[in-house]
Design a protein around this ligand. Structure first.
Ligand code: BEZ
Length: 212
């Protein structure tokens, strides 16, 4: 069964490159990104894991824990990590789940049999501190993910969890935001005393509230 937005992220216990992890306990009060890749010792996955390792400080800054997965076993991940460090210039600095029996892959519907009946697709799940799923994205095996986009969405998710705003197309942190559609003008006056610009009654734009 597919994991959908708003669902509690399924909990599991799994072997990883950093020991046995009980997922919810490991997440604690942090945000989380769980992402799958199709197979160890493959080119696109090698670049993805190297890139995530490089930008891990950006996830740390946002209080986000990152964890990878493939259906290969942990000892294979460990061997492959040597190649990733050598070719991508950064050691893998987050845990990778070994899932040869597909327990976690099945739980998160990461195997799409009409794409490939044995390998995981490139799934991404962003999970909030309440353990609810906030974002799901699925890429095909042939396309490496844009992890800067994942950071951008996390910025939006964290902002909109705190303020009754939404973020427009291609928004990045620091740019103007939109007052949520469910917020009346009267409520907006209380929430945003600094004011806003009404482009249309349904399109009200204001400076990002947590920026000077
Ligand atoms: C890759 O990472 O390059 C890859 C993995 C599985 C299928 C196709 C490509």
């Amino acid at each position: 069964m597919a994991v959908r937005l708003g669902d509690i992220a399924p909990d599991f216990t799994a072997e990883t490159t950093q020991g046995t992890i009980r997922f919810h306990e490991w997440l604690g009060d942090s945000w989380g990104v769980l992402f799958s890749h199709p197979k160890d010792f493959t080119p696109v996955c090698t670049t993805e894991l190297g890139y995530v390792a490089k930008i891990k400080p950006e996830f740390d800054k946002r209080n986000v824990k990152v964890i990878g997965l493939s259906v290969d076993p942990v000892d294979s991940h460990v061997k492959w990590e040597g190649d990733i460090a050598e070719t991508q210039g950064t050691p893998v600095n987050f845990p990778m789940i070994g899932d040869p029996d597909r327990t976690v892959s099945d739980l998160y519907d990461m195997i799409h049999p009409n794409a490939n009946d044995t390998l995981t697709v490139r799934s991404v799940f962003v999970i909030g501190p309440d353990k609810k799923v906030k974002l799901t994205i699925t890429y095909p095996a042939s396309t490496g993910r844009n992890f800067d986009e994942i950071l951008r969405v996390i910025d939006s998710l964290q902002l909109t969890a705190q303020y009754k705003v939404a973020t427009p197309a291609n928004w990045t942190d620091g740019q103007d935001v939109i007052i949520g559609a469910a917020v009346s003008d009267d409520e907006a006056k209380t929430l945003f005393p600094q004011g806003w610009k009404t482009v249309k009654p349904y399109l009200r734009v204001l400076a990002q509230p947590n920026k000077k």
